[in-house]
Design a protein around this ligand. Structure first.
Ligand SMILES: Cc1cc2nc3c(=O)[nH]c(=O)nc-3n(C[C@H](O)[C@H](O)[C@H](O)COP(=O)(O)O)c2cc1C
Length: 197
């Protein structure tokens, strides 16, 4: 999918929000089209430029290409409801954050916040390249931690399924519906205030 095609899927909003934000969506269908190592590297390069508390940059990423043993290991920890569609994702990425500051070993309360910011930049970069990123919290956290031998000062974030969007018609029926459904968001009045609680 070209960048032009990716950003043409615009959702309802009466505000002048960037097309790239409106066209990002978590799709479940993936094409066979391979994702090159250069493309994957560009995604991490985008994540790298995220802001972080005292510029700690606490994020870590473990990626695996379909066909590699590591991909199978990560895939094996996904909840069944995610495996149904993520089985076609050419790339799986585990996102993690170091929860202590490198300079003094103290707890970094913003580590997961910073990781989320980095993941958003990665996702928007992917959207601009015609790639789909679908984040997943539905996996066996303890199983993945053990399988990847994750050190105790790292916290697990989402696993991301990444690839070029595929034909949604090939998904199981109820997933097909969800993939086609319009993206829904709460109105600003629900979460923006100019008053105290
Ligand atoms: C922390 C987090 C965990 C998520 N976990 C899952 C998941 O396990 N399975 C899934 O299909 N989607 C998952 N999603 C995707 C959300 O369902 C999706 O972002 C949300 O419905 C909004 O849709 P959109 O991303 O297309 O705008 C997750 C997203 C986030 C940010």
């Amino acid at each position: 999918m070209s960048q032009e095609a990716a950003i043409s899927v615009i959702h309802d909003t009466d505000k002048n929000v960037l097309d790239i934000i409106l066209s990002r969506r978590s799709q479940r269908a993936f094409a066979d089209t391979p994702v090159t190592s250069e493309q994957v590297e560009t995604l991490f390069e985008a994540a790298k430029w995220a802001p972080s508390s005292v510029n700690e940059q606490p994020w870590q990423y473990i990626y695996a290409n379909k066909g590699e043993e590591l991909w199978d290991v990560i895939f094996g920890t996904l909840h069944e409801g995610n495996q149904v569609w993520a089985k076609n994702a050419p790339v799986l990425v585990v996102s993690l954050a170091r929860t202590t500051f490198s300079r003094n070993g103290r707890a970094n309360a913003y580590a997961m916040y910073d990781l989320g910011g980095a993941n958003v930049l990665l996702s928007l970069q992917a959207t601009s390249m015609g790639l789909n990123v679908h984040q997943m919290g539905g996996y066996d956290h303890e199983g993945l931690r053990q399988a990847l031998r994750v050190p105790s000062d790292l916290e697990l974030g989402v696993i991301m399924a990444i690839g070029f969007p595929g034909d949604g018609e090939q998904l199981p029926e109820q997933l097909r519906e969800r993939d086609r459904a319009p993206r829904v968001r709460r109105p600003l009045e629900d979460f923006v205030m100019n008053k105290t609680y």
